[in-house]
Design a protein. Structure first.
Length: 284
């Protein structure tokens, strides 16, 4: 039997870091939502007790370093599954981009194997398993729009933001999430975005207010390290996007746009500077 799962990318409408904890993790407050740019996973049961990963993307690990592999191993170990699985990853989400591609693949693997092997694991338990793989995985298990607290694993579902176009531009650099958090001076941040204002913008369905309250404290690090990300933000603003922000630890910059008429102008303008530009919708 073969099954398929979609693994969408996420963007952070807001990312705040409250403090660095004693256990080395950061205490965060993030508002995340999914966009319609997705990897596609095909999973097929194997009679042998083995996990095999393949992908058309030449630039991701296919061994136990792959997050889909880790998710499959975790579910097999925890639920004593002796059968194996072949997972093909059709990668569309850019890697190490701040779009949680690996985390979403891990979450899709958990959801998919739960179905493939009829394990009957609740969504809550899948989220707990996901938290063992990475801070963004629980959100990717449930999808939708949520506020995440703790180190990202404490999730509260909220309503979806107003529908709009999302233009993603990934400058040709790789950013390590660990490196960005490592360089963040969490206790010296002068400005914090307002979670409260973003939550009321979303619950009021006000697109203009969502754009006005976008904020990501990791920009203080990534924009310093990589001026091309700042430049990308400026270009997107100049081309007329309604709200512009870096997603996660970067380097992807997204622009929110309400009017379809503006989209192709912004897309064409960006393509002059950047090879990787995507136009998608929010997954609401
Ligand atoms: P986040 O926003 O959660 O920090 P990201 O979008 O910045 O994630 P990923 O695309 O998840 O980053 O990739 C981060 C690292 O994980 C890469 O170095 C990559 O080699 C590794 N990796 C492991 N499994 C996968 C996978 N299935 N897809 C993409 N990258 C993976």
């Amino acid at each position: 039997m073969k099954i398929y799962e979609k693994a969408p990318a996420k963007i952070n409408l807001l990312l705040d870091v409250m403090r660095k904890r004693e256990d080395g993790f950061h205490e965060v407050e993030m508002i995340m939502t999914m966009v319609d740019l997705a990897d596609r996973l095909e999973m097929e049961e194997l009679p042998r007790d083995t996990i095999i990963i393949s992908s058309q993307a030449g630039y991701i690990p296919l061994d136990e370093k792959n997050l889909a592999f880790q998710a499959a191993r975790l579910i097999k170990d925890r639920y004593n599954v002796r059968k194996g699985v072949y997972i093909h990853l059709d990668k569309n989400i850019p890697v190490a981009a701040g779009l949680a591609g690996g985390s979403s693949d891990a979450a899709a693997t958990l959801r998919g194997l739960n179905r493939l092997w009829g394990l009957g694991i609740s969504e809550e338990e899948l989220c707990e398993l996901g938290a063992e793989l990475g801070s963004d995985v629980p959100f990717c298990v449930t999808g939708g729009t949520a506020i995440a607290r703790g180190r990202g694993e404490k999730l509260e579902r909220i309503s979806n933001p107003p529908q709009c176009w999302v233009i993603l531009a990934k400058p040709p650099i790789n950013v390590s999430t660990a490196d960005v958090y490592g360089k963040l001076r969490a206790n010296e941040l002068k400005h914090h975005p307002s979670t409260k204002d973003m939550l009321s913008a979303i619950s009021n369905g006000s697109f203009a207010d969502v754009c006005a309250h976008l904020g990501n404290v990791l920009e203080t690090v990534t924009l310093q390290l990589h001026p091309e990300v700042l430049q990308m933000k400026e270009i997107m603003q100049r081309l007329g996007a309604d709200g512009v922000l870096m997603s996660g630890s970067g380097p992807t910059v997204f622009g929110l746009v309400s009017k379809e008429a503006k989209v192709s102008r912004i897309y064409n303008g960006l393509r002059g500077f950047c090879k990787e530009v995507y136009v998608v919708r929010m997954l609401t």
